[in-house]
Design a protein. Structure first.
Length: 152
């Protein structure tokens, strides 16, 4: 056979390989763009949740006890349902206290909102920790992880 024939076949193979490489690079850049868009969307969602949380904390400081607790219950019902599923021994009051702890509401504000005495509140914290299988000292961190959005 003629050597030019082999050269043409070799150029054809190189051309196909270059086309495949260019196509792969294009797809990778598209995927990178999609990943960036998803990360931006996730960040926006987290910031929106953070803003809702801040507004809720302001309302807790402004409004009366009943309205604020109802708002907390409504806003975080999805997360409290998940906690209820994970820890079926938790009562409604336990979930309210855990939510308020997770939102970084001060102990004195929690006492005021729930109408509990200091002793009852700390006893409730011990009960919640016991029902969740943890210590009362670790309860704040666990609650924050449950109710505070992570922003990168």
């Amino acid at each position: 056979m003629d050597p030019w024939y082999y050269i043409l076949i070799l150029f054809g193979i190189i051309e196909v390989l270059l086309f495949i490489i260019i196509w792969i690079c294009y797809r990778v850049s598209c995927l990178k763009r999609q990943m960036a868009d998803l990360q931006i969307q996730m960040l926006l969602n987290q910031r929106e949740e953070s803003l809702r949380r801040q507004m809720l904390l302001q309302q807790l400081q402004r409004d009366g006890k009943t309205d604020a607790l109802d708002e907390v219950t409504l806003l975080f019902s999805q997360k409290t349902k998940e906690l209820q599923r994970l820890y079926p021994a938790l009562t409604e009051t336990d979930l309210q206290v855990l939510t308020l702890i997770g939102l970084d509401v001060s102990n004195s504000d929690i006492l005021q909102l729930t109408g509990m005495s200091k002793r009852t509140y700390y006893k409730r914290r011990q009960l919640i920790a016991q029902r969740m299988g943890t210590t009362a000292a670790a309860l704040n961190e666990i609650a924050r992880n449950c109710f505070t959005p992570k922003i990168n």
